[in-house]
Ligand binder design. Structure first.
Ligand SMILES: Cc1cc2nc3c(=O)[nH]c(=O)nc-3n(C[C@H](O)[C@H](O)[C@H](O)COP(=O)(O)OP(=O)(O)OC[C@H]3O[C@@H](n4cnc5c(N)ncnc54)[C@H](O)[C@@H]3O)c2cc1C
Length: 228
């Protein structure tokens, strides 16, 4: 990942500002104006917005998003899950799945460490059904598969509760495949959406989709500028 983002950054001929939340975007056929959370204002010929759907409710748009697109923002994607890292004692080659109702649906050995421990990676469907900081709870879950495994610690990041993400993998709800991501690919104004959530290929779940939609959206704008 570092290699990818450092290469993308090296292609840019402009500043990169981290930790600079955007609060509002005004847009029309000629350009766009971005208002930062600290009150700063930036004007541009175009704005490509790559915030995921789960973070769009932090932003206000002028003109407002079309009603059907706003409905998708309000509903969010159907991605309430989590990824968890679990360190266990000893080296164990392990893979397990579980039926609906089990907090962790799938887990497997990912790294064997020199201190005679193994790190498992796991995935579950509902972040509210687990406390990844509670070693005893994670031990109980792992013991349902293998009672001989000793959990040392576990951790995760609460992507669903993170204000700047608000979701994990952008899996559409029923109905959102046709009335969902495609509603954000309009080109009526100079506000464009890009990122994994709006990708045509590898939509939502992987970095490839974010790169695809970033490249195609940026190149589409470059073509527009050339012919303007
Ligand atoms: C737990 C987990 C594991 C994953 N594992 C993999 C994997 O192994 N392989 C893989 O290919 N993909 C994986 N993915 C998917 C991958 O992370 C995403 O597809 C990818 O990060 C999407 O990139 P993006 O640029 O579209 O959006 P993001 O990476 O979400 O970037 C959006 C950025 O916008 C910023 N932002 C949001 N709101 C604002 C605002 N108002 N102002 C300013 N900035 C804002 C956010 O802080 C964030 O930096 C995983 C995702 C999760 C959640």
């Amino acid at each position: 990942m570092r290699g990818i983002y450092e290469s993308i950054a090296a292609d840019l001929h402009t500043d990169i500002r981290l930790n600079t939340p955007v609060a509002a975007i005004a847009h029309d056929e000629q350009g766009a104006q971005v208002t930062l959370a600290d009150g700063g204002i930036e004007r541009a010929d175009a704005v490509i917005l790559t915030a995921p759907l789960g973070a769009l409710s932090n932003l206000s748009f002028t003109p407002a998003l079309p009603a059907k697109a706003q409905e998708v923002v309000d509903a969010g994607w159907n991605c309430t899950g989590f990824k968890i890292w679990i360190k266990i004692r000893g080296h164990h080659s392990f893979i397990a799945t579980a039926p609906t109702g089990h907090p962790i649906a799938m887990a497997r050995s990912e790294y064997f460490l020199d201190d005679d421990t193994t790190i498992l990676v796991g995935f579950g469907p509902d972040r509210t059904k687990i406390d990844w900081d509670d070693r005893d709870q994670i031990q109980e879950i792992v013991s349902r598969w293998r009672p001989d495994l000793e959990v040392i610690e576990a951790t995760s990041h609460d992507w669903g509760g993170d204000r700047w993400t608000g979701q994990t993998w952008a899996t559409p709800r029923s109905g959102q495949f046709l009335e969902g991501w495609s509603l954000f690919r309009g080109t009526d104004t100079r506000l464009r959406f890009a990122g994994a959530d709006w990708a045509k290929g590898w939509n939502g779940v992987v970095v490839d989709g974010a790169i695809e939609s970033g490249i195609t959206t940026a190149r589409g704008l470059i073509d527009e500028f050339r012919t303007a």
